[in-house]
Design a protein around this ligand. Structure first.
Ligand SMILES: Nc1nc2c(ncn2[C@@H]2O[C@H](COP(=O)(O)OP(=O)(O)O)[C@@H](O)[C@H]2O)c(=O)[nH]1
Ligand SMILES: [Mg+2]
Length: 215
């Protein structure tokens, strides 16, 4: 069980929308998972929610829809269509990118972006475009370097440092974590970042002793 303020395992599937007009009402707080096709978005959502909510695929580019999961009223997680997959017909590509672009630009309840990149080849052009766009909109970003189980710990850490360094010059609210759905690496980091976006900064509750004298 994850030690987070929000119980992510209570997430429920709400809808698969082909475009933003079919999404739930644009109120409350939404956190979206974005990344290239096959980066590990659906796997990350499943690991976080400890359920098989989002469909994972061996065939890249299969998630064409905006999938919505609800944690509680006004708290939603979004699995966005993957970008940058070359082997689909242009017409389909335009349609997907259109729904993605529309979502990013028009969704008022979007309050944070989780951007997933394979740790073995992070920061491709489209990833950078998206991160720069988010910084420009003052949207906080968690960059997850996925499939971190493919690397030993030393290499993992040096990749995280390198990505942090490359992104530092953007001066945005960007956190970078190594992540593996398979091994649970970075899962708590992700959950705590999302807790903060949904609920605000963590303030420990210090209970007053019954005989406390304050003056
Ligand atoms: N080794 C490893 N493979 C992963 C991990 N996460 C996802 N994958 C694999 O990467 C492929 C794409 O994953 P998926 O979650 O469907 O990616 P999406 O297209 O971004 O939603 C699948 O074959 C997964 O099994 C991980 O943490 N470790
Ligand atoms: Mg997917």
């Amino acid at each position: 069980m994850l030690k987070s303020r929000i119980k992510y395992n209570t997430a429920k599937f709400i809808t698969s929308a082909p475009d933003i007009s079919r999404l739930p009402a644009d109120t409350g707080i939404e956190i979206a998972f974005a990344g290239r096709s096959n980066a590990g978005k659906s796997s990350a959502l499943n690991a976080l929610t400890e359920q098989k909510l989002a469909r994972t695929s061996k065939t890249p580019g299969r998630t064409q829809l905006i999938n919505t999961f609800e944690l509680s009223e006004g708290q939603r997680l979004i699995d966005l269509p993957g970008y940058g997959f070359a082997k689909v017909p242009l017409e389909m590509k335009i349609k997907w990118q259109k729904s993605l672009g529309e979502y990013l630009q028009k969704r008022d309840s979007l309050k944070g972006l989780v951007i997933l990149m394979d740790i073995r080849h992070p920061l491709k052009d489209l990833d950078l475009d998206l991160i720069e766009w988010a910084v420009g909109c003052e949207l906080p970003v968690v960059a997850l370097l996925t499939k971190a189980d493919k690397y030993a710990q030393g290499k993992r850490k040096s990749e995280v440092l390198q990505v942090k360094k490359a992104l530092a010059e953007l001066n945005g609210d960007i956190r970078v974590y190594a992540f593996s759905s398979l091994k649970g690496i970075g899962l708590t980091d992700l959950a705590w970042a999302l807790d903060e976006w949904f609920l605000g900064p963590y303030k420990p509750v210090i209970s007053e002793a019954p005989d406390a004298q304050c003056e």
